[in-house]
Design a protein around this ligand. Structure first.
Ligand code: PLP
Length: 433
């Protein structure tokens, strides 16, 4: 056996370049993180070679004694990491990622065309919560189920629970989904539980973004009020790319969630589990129970707050006015610029974040905001001081984007990108400084 640099220099070179990019840039994408060497070792291990369709002790292939041991350890650690009693909660650790985990839940507890309500994507929700436009059912969730999103109150930037309640009373959903990809505040699970109960609906939380914060108890606990909790494993939780589904063991609305969800994962929607991912996840879930992990998650939140406060001090408008978690959503429209142009300029300066729609936006391609997250750079050792400096860098990028926008001929985003990436862009040196 020999190393990749000899076996495939082309791929090795690409990976080396990506490694350097990750090392050199300020990684501020709220859904990303740097996992540990130990997790990567498990992900790159012989576990990838093994087929193990089924669950521990009930496999469709031989040779699974160690895989069974691993998956059971993973389940045990998952319940421990989220402070759950194994008599009341179960978990499936096989979902390949967050979107499949969500779809598995839907197919487990709903019939085709049953009604669901999730947070609208332009208001911070995720595609897999049922996104559709007036013209198109964009996500598989909205194709196979009837989706009626709830939204934020645009004046406060907070979930409009009154509107959710009113709409739920008319629409009578069978499932209400809490959770978001770009929401800087906690959800009011108790309020959502009451709404779900009043219409006879299941309540699910997709805690993908905040699962690390939940494990460390630095945000509200969704398990207190929800029937089902899904998550990705690679965001604030800092594990390998994967997904998990937690479910109540007692039947809910007459449905045995344990068998419905396990069957939806396999054979419903998946074949063999990715055992190398389960290996990495098991390692991650051990980390997630350590005092260092709790200290890290506390820093994720305090760093984010420092970033938010500095941005407010610099005159920026934040959706909801601040942040209780790991991300801020900046509304750039009052500054006279959009998220796409700022994202591009910051990209040129090796500051990686993403453009994001903000309440009231017209276009998803050229949205009015940016989303900034603290988990990845906190892993890299940033403290509040560096996050304050980061806010200043972002501010500089916004000034350059504004200047460039004045200079560019043509109003399309493409004109802007062509201009700022051309060697003649006179502010280029400033960006690269
Ligand atoms: N759920 C939420 C809230 C997310 O933010 C994301 C991804 O960003 C997902 C689900 C989907 O996860 P994946 O990209 O692993 O399918």
């Amino acid at each position: 056996d020999y190393g990749m640099s000899e076996a495939d220099p082309e791929v090795w070179k690409i990976i080396s370049k990506e490694k350097e990019r990750q090392f050199k840039s300020l990684e501020l994408i709220a859904s990303e993180n740097f996992t540990s060497r130990a997790v990567m070792e498990a992900v790159g291990s012989c576990l990838t070679n093994k087929y193990s369709e089924g669950l521990p002790g009930k496999r469709y292939y031989g040779g699974n004694e160690y895989i069974d041991e691993l998956e059971m350890l993973c389940q045990e650690r998952a319940l421990e990491a989220f402070h759950l009693d194994g008599k009341m909660w179960g978990v499936n650790v096989q979902p390949l990622s967050g979107s499949p985990a969500n779809f598995e839940v839907y197919t487990a507890i709903l019939n085709p065309h049953d009604r669901i309500m999730g947070l609208d994507l332009p208001h911070g929700g995720h595609l897999s919560h049922g996104f559709m436009t007036p013209k198109r059912r964009v996500s598989g969730t909205s194709i196979y189920f009837e989706s009626m999103p709830y939204r934020l109150d645009e004046s406060t930037g907070l979930v409009d629970y009154n509107m959710l309640e009113k709409t739920a009373n008319l629409f009578r959903p069978k499932l209400i989904i809490a959770g978001a990809s770009a929401y800087p505040r906690d959800f009011d699970y108790l309020r959502m539980r009451k709404i779900a109960d009043s219409v006879g609906s299941f309540l699910m939380m997709d805690m993908a973004h905040i699962s690390g914060l939940v494990a460390a108890s630095v945000v509200a606990d969704p398990f207190e009020y929800c029937d089902i909790v899904t998550t990705t494993t690679h965001k604030s939780l800092r594990g390998p790319r994967g997904g998990m589904i937690f479910f109540k063991k007692d039947p809910v609305l007459g449905v045995d969630l344990e068998s419905a969800i396990n069957n939806a994962v396999f054979p419903g929607l998946q074949g063999g589990p990715h055992n190398h991912t389960i290996g990495g996840l098991t390692v991650c879930l051990k980390h997630a129970q350590s005092p260092e992990f709790k200290a890290y998650q506390n820093k994720v939140v305090s760093n984010c707050r420092a970033l938010a406060n500095r941005l407010i001090g610099l005159g920026y408008k934040l959706v909801s006015g601040g942040s209780d978690n790991h991300l801020v959503l900046v509304d750039l429209r009052p500054m006279g610029i959009d998220g796409a142009r700022v994202e591009k300029i910051l990209d040129l300066a090796s500051i990686t974040l993403n453009k994001n729609s903000v309440p009231g936006d017209k276009s998803a391609l050229v949205p009015g905001g940016i989303r900034i997250g603290s988990p990845a750079m906190t892993t890299r050792g940033f403290t509040e001081k560096e996050f304050v400096a980061t806010a200043d860098f972002i501010h500089e990028g916004v000034q350059i984007a504004l200047e460039a926008k004045e200079l560019v001929s043509g109003s399309k985003l493409q004109d802007f990108i062509k201009f700022v990436t051309s060697p003649s862009f006179s502010l280029r040196d400033q960006v690269l400084d």
